[in-house]
Design a protein around this ligand. Structure first.
Ligand code: TYM
Length: 331
């Protein structure tokens, strides 16, 4: 059975981008593959979270994984820092990762722009740690959103380089995965690129948002004066709303508003109202489960302990073999 690995950084609440880009696939894949889904708390250190927030953010992602329907009996759910073997593999891979290729990564360039006062080495080697996460379990499929495609390419580079250097056929290649043919990029509501936590207030709809918050954010989404000609191409801000509609609403709803747009009869207020209500219908059961699970500390402890044990078993097997390949021997 093929192995699947994916993770989400512990930077707080999950949004619809995380859901449609990643978690939606996790839920389906857990029935078909040997799955490892983790909370990337090491990765979140690149932005220097204060210790008080770190644990709460890890817990938030764990609770939301479970609330979305990841089943700890089917998939291995764990916290990255509970599996120290990953840092050992990260160290080995770092010896064969080159400055030039790391500096050229799009995510590194974005980070330099976003946090110019904190361009730390962890940011530079972020894709190396990510490769270690993936290949430590010898995964071949990685359910992620479009923004992670380049990281997957780098992961293959590092795994292949290890194989070549030691003349082994040890690490398989892992590819970004989505059930639909294309990887997903869910746009934000403020007209500025993808939905994301760092893209400013009002840009992201969180799974734990209340109905009022969802309505408020959606109704404030940027629009334009409306189409002037029949079948006119949609400008980005309008296309974003239609992309959200296609993710959250039914095909009939999408077609209804698309026809209105093409016939110059669209009223964006109606579209936004419908979009907000569909988002509320979608998130309501998740929100209810988030509230239930977050107070059940006993259950969360059990899940994370069980996941850590299973993940360590798999990771330590790899590390033992990697040490032998590299030439470490005990006296
Ligand atoms: P993070 O926390 O930024 O994002 C988690 C997942 O959510 C997806 N995603 C989106 N998908 C579609 N549209 C969006 N607007 C959107 N925003 C976020 C991301 O593509 C991702 O799948 N580097 C990873 C965490 C990680 C990881 C790994 C993932 C660490 N090690 C190993 C896979 C395998 C990240 O940035 O997550």
């Amino acid at each position: 059975m093929e192995t699947v690995v994916s993770g989400i950084r512990s930077t707080g609440k999950l949004h619809l981008g995380n859901y449609y880009g990643a978690v939606q696939n996790f839920i389906k894949m857990q029935h078909e593959y040997n799955c490892f889904f983790f909370i990337a708390d090491f990765h979140s250190l690149t932005t220097h979270p204060i210790p008080k927030d770190l644990h709460g953010n890890v817990k938030q992602v764990l609770v939301e994984y479970l609330a979305c329907g990841i089943d700890p009996e089917k998939a291995t759910i764990y916290v990255q820092s509970d599996v120290p073997e990953v840092t050992e593999l990260y160290l080995y891979l770092n010896m064969n990762a080159y400055m030039g290729e790391l500096e050229r990564s799009t995510s590194f360039k974005d980070k330099i722009r976003d946090q110019p006062d904190n361009v730390n080495a962890g940011l530079l080697t972020y894709p190396v740690l990510m490769a270690a996460d993936i290949i430590i379990h010898k995964a071949t499929k990685v359910p992620v959103g479009k923004d992670q495609e380049q990281h997957l390419e780098m992961s293959r580079t590092f795994g292949n380089r290890f194989n070549r250097l030691y003349q082994v056929d040890y690490f398989p290649e892992a590819y970004a995965f989505n059930y639909s043919t294309n990887l997903v990029k869910i746009p934000g509501l403020t007209g500025k690129g993808k939905m994301g936590k760092s893209e400013g207030e009002g840009n992201a709809i969180f799974l734990s948002d209340s109905p009022e918050e969802i309505r408020r954010k959606v109704m404030r989404a940027v629009t334009d004066g409306g189409p002037l000609e029949m079948n006119q191409a949609k400008p980005d801000v309008i296309q974003n709303l239609f992309s959200l509609l296609s993710a959250v609403s039914s095909a009939d709803t999408y077609t209804h508003f698309d026809d209105l747009y093409n016939n110059c009869q669209i009223r964006y207020g109606d579209l936004k109202k419908q979009l907000a209500e569909d988002m509320i219908i979608f998130t309501a059961p998740i929100l209810e489960r988030i509230n239930d699970i977050s107070s059940n500390s006993e259950y969360l402890r059990k899940v994370s302990k069980m996941g850590a044990e299973k993940a360590r078993e798999s990771a330590s097997k790899t590390i033992k073999e990697v040490r032998e390949i590299i030439g470490f021997k005990s006296f």
